[in-house]
Design a protein around this ligand. Structure first.
Ligand SMILES: CN1C(=O)N(C)[C@H]2CS[C@@H](CCCCC(=O)O)[C@H]21
Length: 123
């Protein structure tokens, strides 16, 4: 079984790319998220990623990471998922996410969190 290591470049079905820098001995990692889409008009810039993955020997690890949409949006996304080794030997990350956008009034709090799911493959 191939051990799971998220280091490297990933691309999801929206065309967003994520670069994971090296993963520490405790499974923590940092990286950058290059989103392909945004709900804001400001120019899109790479955003910092911080996360943590399991390092179990049996591969196919679970992980979570947070993206802070610096400089172009006041929102934050958290992702959870698992890495699978497809039969074709290709790795795929199945993720679910919560995207919290900043709203100006507590009255709008009800509509401030969106959820979705995306798969990532090696870019
Ligand atoms: C591009 N995205 C992507 O690759 N996702 C998996 C989803 C979940 S985070 C969101 C991007 C939000 C950009 C900042 C903002 O407009 O609030 C969307």
């Amino acid at each position: 079984i191939k051990p799971c290591n998220l280091t490297g470049w990933w691309e999801n079905d929206l065309g967003s790319k994520m670069q994971v820098f090296e993963v520490g001995k405790d499974g923590t990692f940092s990286g950058q998220y290059h989103t392909a889409v945004s709900s804001t008009k400001k120019p899109i810039q790479p955003s910092p990623v911080t996360g943590s993955q399991h390092l179990d020997e049996d591969g196919q690890c679970t992980f979570g990471f947070t993206v802070n949409w610096k400089k172009f949006s006041d929102s934050t996304a958290v992702f959870v998922g698992q890495c699978f080794n497809g039969d074709d030997g290709k790795e795929v990350l199945h993720t679910s996410w919560l995207l919290r956008e900043k709203v100006d009034s507590e009255l709008d709090d009800w509509k401030a969190t969106r959820t979705g799911h995306n798969t990532f493959t090696r870019a």
